[in-house]
Design a protein around this ligand. Structure first.
Ligand code: ADP
Ligand code: MG
Length: 238
């Protein structure tokens, strides 16, 4: 599962409408990238889906059920934060186990899920280290591991690689794409980086000032950008 539908969803902060009513459909297993310049509303849109912000109007359905008023923990989604959100004093194992411990999951099940996440992320040899003893890329993998063990119906990433250096970023991009193939779970990935969008996405959602300018595959956007903004942003010749 992992089908998400936004129907006439809008968001205002005070009197400022940062997202006018929009519709968006995300299919099960899709890798969807929200892309657009800084301040265009990517994070806000992701936070609305996560339940970290309340919608001003409209409805959000997850797997066919109305999730509009549900708190984040009841949506079955997992937000992947940047690696600096790890607990420095805890081992990798404990960092990954944290959401399961909070949920009072039986220890055996916790161990099973940790082993599974560690295998998927090549972290098996690092479980007893602390974040400070890991590279930036490994730390980011631990942050993803903490999301995987919740077995969410979708993963939500907000610019997870923006604090990594350029070389590491390329590697992590590939790792996240690989992980998507392995898990076959819906992923929504926010970035302001066109290259990330073009290389990772099944479906790109181009945003400008809270408005969806176009939705399509990388190839569709490249070949038939709907307007100059999309063309300019995607780097196609229109
Ligand atoms: P992006 O992630 O694309 O850079 P954001 O979603 O963070 O953009 O922000 C979109 C707009 O909403 C910006 O103009 C930002 O200043 C505004 N905004 C975001 N969060 C808040 C908030 N909590 N209160 C007021 N304005 C906000
Ligand atoms: Mg943002």
């Amino acid at each position: 599962m992992g089908r998400i539908q936004l129907k006439q969803v809008s968001k205002s902060f005070g009197k400022v409408e940062v997202i006018p009513p929009l519709d968006l459909e995300i299919n099960d297993g899709e890798f969807v990238v929200f892309v657009g310049p800084s301040g265009c509303g990517k994070s806000t849109l992701l936070r609305l889906i996560a339940g970290l912000e309340d919608t001003t109007s409209g409805t959000i359905e997850i797997d066919g059920a109305d999730a509009t008023g549900l708190p984040p923990a009841k949506r079955g989604l997992a937000m992947v934060f940047q690696s600096y959100a790890l607990y420095p004093h805890m081992t990798v194992r404990k960092n990954i186990a944290f959401p399961m411990k909070m949920a009072k999951m039986p220890q055996e099940e916790q161990d099973r899920r940790i082993a599974q996440a560690a295998t998927a992320l090549n972290l098996t040899d690092y479980l007893d280290r602390r974040p400070g003893q890991l590279s930036g890329g490994q730390r980011q993998r631990v942050a993803i591991g903490r999301a995987i063990v919740r077995e969410p119906s979708a993963f939500l990433f907000d610019e997870p690689l923006s604090n990594l250096d350029a070389a590491l970023r390329v590697g992590m991009r590939m790792e996240i794409s690989e992980l998507h193939k392995k898990l076959a779970t819906t992923m929504i990935y926010v970035t302001h980086d066109q290259v990330e969008a073009m290389t990772m996405a099944d479906k790109i959602v181009v945003l400008q000032a809270g408005v969806i300018e176009q939705v399509g595959s990388p190839l569709e956007l490249y070949r038939t950008p709907r307007n100059r903004f999309v063309a300019g942003f995607i780097g196609s010749p229109k």
